[in-house]
Design a protein around this ligand. Sequence first.
Ligand code: SAM
Ligand code: SF4
Length: 341
Amino acid sequence: MSETRVPTGLLDTFGRTATDLRVSLTERCNLRCTYCMPADGLPLPPADAVLTAEEVVRLVRVAVERLGVRQVRFTGGEPLLRRDLVDIVAGCAALRPRPELSLTTNAVGLASRAAALAAAGLDRVNVSLDSLHAATYAQIARRPFLQQTLDGIAAAAEAGLGPIKVNAVLLRGVNEHHAAELLAWCLERGHQLRVIEQMPLDADGVWDRATMVTAAETRALLSARFDLTPDATPREGAPAELYLVRDRAGGPVLGRVGIIASVTESFCADCRRTRLTADGAVRSCLFSAEETSLRTALRGGADDEGLAELWRAAMWAKPAGHGLDRGLVPAPSRSMSAIGG
Ligand code: SAM
Ligand code: SF4
């Protein structure tokens, strides 16, 4: 365990402190969402460059014990493709202070693993689901796995991995007209829909500011069927702007919907995130051009404080923001599936 506890966390020069860690567990995926990956997939890092379960748990331990990280979200690529996911979750659940553990997944294959993940200590899941229509799902994901995703969500609810957040990216002319239906479906089941603005993080480079569906449009699309009122609860660094949802005719609050306006109303000034890639690099921002490899130091025999110090230095240099809301289009050095969304 830690001999020297150093009081500083992951501060940056703009006064922000990161307490929320996104850990990518793999760059592999069983879907090929058009806004994320090319149809033929991406070149993968050599297998031995990807952190082992033990290495992941060690780095998460350093983050939790020495750097003040309180929330850990496993992502990818598709994290369910890691056969040792249960071991990773169990290892992180044993850390003290116990971090909150969540998983972002497309839920394909979750049906058979939800109970084991919950038993290992996973607290909740965020599931990507862009449409309830099989043809539209398959058009976006380039794979016909809608039913597997729905089964995965049902199993996660059954296993107590809630509140379940359902992430959707709206694409013009493809699924934006399904947004209100998706919200109704989530409300009926007690899940929280979160609509994410499409970011220029696709490997094909097809993102276009002029045609993306904005947060303002999303509000208008949902308001055709529901009444949305901003939720006054403080956001506390959460990326989603929350709205209370009622029927248009009035009545009780049916639930909440989140809108993540990463492009048009970016929240960089309050960002509390740090990221670890599957091959063990720290990224201070999704759009960073820079990263710091912890894997090299880890495998070179660095002690916990040495790793913590590298992580602090990487985060100290975190940029103020990506500038998308000011019309800039940063060119990240990796696409979404390779960073970990
Ligand atoms: N495979 C898992 C999944 O889809 O949930 C985890 C990784 S995925 C990269 C994480 C999240 O990033 C998903 O909710 C996905 O919709 C989102 N995402 C991927 N590419 C995006 C883009 N270009 N803009 C906005 N969100 C994106
Ligand atoms: Fe895979 Fe998730 Fe990217 Fe879709 S968004 S291709 S499921 S990593």
